[in-house]
Design a protein around this ligand. Structure first.
Ligand code: SIN
Ligand code: CO
Length: 377
């Protein structure tokens, strides 16, 4: 999975000054970069059922959206257009390798690598995204304009699916050539227009919505809570105004809720949430049985699936391993398998040979197979 590319970036300075704050242009960010997938291959990928692909065409001030799968005829258009293919890293290991450029940011923050191809003048219009993105220029050139910071109150053009800004205040322009990169923080308006045919690789991040975090946290808490606990008000202040709910009463409510929140024993909901896969990845029973048998035979190595979401956290008893939205507890010794898998995406035949002789290691590999996180080869 390692293509040997290197990102020319002062990581500490970037995280302190730019990440989630302001855009950064990195010229020749990836020296010697050659696009890992051609526009031709991308167009072919978008023919396939199950691949999430869109075409956006700009026609007389109007933006027209088409969803894939596409056919060759879809690529013959009168007006400037862009093909966008989501999660190309799931289908091409060479594209998945781009994720290693950003391995100084927690892996569970990465969403996918989207690849776009545009004809001359092709654009998806001025918009903002809710997530951070590194835009790495593949073939050709693209002119990027950045503008104002936006939020859910920013006015949009009327369109059922596209979120195109009705107002774009252009502030900066960057002409990107192959190997140049532009980092954009969430909420920043941007507009990329192809100069000639071009491809762009977008390493996109994910961040859970706060309302989803609250909902998961509360669900876990309610699952564990003693339902026979009640509001209590010892040393009550005497009533002075009939019928009143007083500030004192509300303070009690607040502190009793805070005490209840502190009782939350499990904090695995977060890892489960952020490792939820984009698409269903569960293997079918036959594939699983075959993989299990292979795992136990000699000389097989294990690979992390390109689409896998794998993470772990340490707690008082050991580690919790999150795999595609599931979680299981293991001893800290199993970091011998988990860290190499997260780091290099594989376990050598020697490591697998040793793992299958240990019951906990074997249980961990079985779990990762069942979750569709790894495959044997
Ligand atoms: C593109 O690659 O054309 C669009 C990417 C984006 O602006 O999010
Ligand atoms: Co965007």
């Amino acid at each position: 999975m390692n293509a040997g590319w290197e990102l020319k970036l002062d990581r500490e300075q970037f995280l302190a000054r730019y990440w989630q704050q302001k855009p950064l242009l990195i010229r020749r960010a990836v020296p010697g970069f050659t696009p890992p997938i051609s526009s031709h291959e991308l167009a072919g990928l978008a023919f396939e059922e199950g691949v999430e692909a869109r075409i956006i065409e700009h026609c007389k001030g109007d933006w027209i959206l088409n969803h894939g799968p596409f056919r060759q005829a879809d690529y013959q258009r009168e007006n400037p257009w862009t093909l966008l293919v989501q999660a190309v890293d799931h289908y091409a290991d060479s594209v998945a390798a781009l994720r290693q450029l950003v391995d100084f940011i927690p892996q569970w923050r990465v969403d996918d690598v989207m690849v776009s191809y545009a004809v001359d003048g092709g654009s998806v219009g001025p918009h903002y995204d809710n997530y951070d993105v590194f835009l790495l220029q593949g073939e050709g050139k693209r002119l990027w304009r950045t503008g104002q910071f936006c939020d859910s109150a920013s006015p949009l053009l009327p369109h059922a699916e596209l979120r195109i800004l009705s107002l774009f205040e252009s502030e900066q322009e960057y002409l990107l050539e192959t190997g140049d990169m532009l980092y954009l923080p969430p909420g920043l308006a941007h507009w990329g227009i192809a100069q000639g045919e071009c491809t762009t690789f977008s390493i996109g991040f994910r961040a859970p919505r706060i309302n989803d975090m609250v909902s998961r946290f509360v669900d876990t808490l309610l699952g564990d809570m003693d339902t026979e606990q009640f509001y209590h008000d010892a040393r009550l202040e005497p009533v002075t105004r009939a019928g009143e709910i007083r500030a004192h009463d509300l303070q009690r409510v607040q502190s009793q809720i805070e005490a209840a929140l502190d009782q939350a024993a499990e904090n695995t909901w977060f890892g489960e949430l952020v490792t939820e896969p984009r698409y269903d990845l569960l293997p079918d029973d036959d594939d699983l049985a075959e993989a299990r048998a292979l795992l136990r035979s000699d000389g097989e190595s294990v690979m992390l699936s390109s689409a896998a979401k794998l993470a772990w956290q340490q707690d008082a008893e050991g580690i919790v391993v999150f795999a595609n939205g599931e979680s299981r507890h293991y001893s800290c010794a199993r970091l011998d398998l988990v860290i190499p898998l997260c780091e290099s995406g594989e376990l050598s035949a020697a490591a697998v040979g040793q793992a299958v002789t240990d019951s906990e290691s074997l249980a961990l590999l079985d779990y990762l197979l069942e979750a569709g996180c790894i495959y044997v080869r």
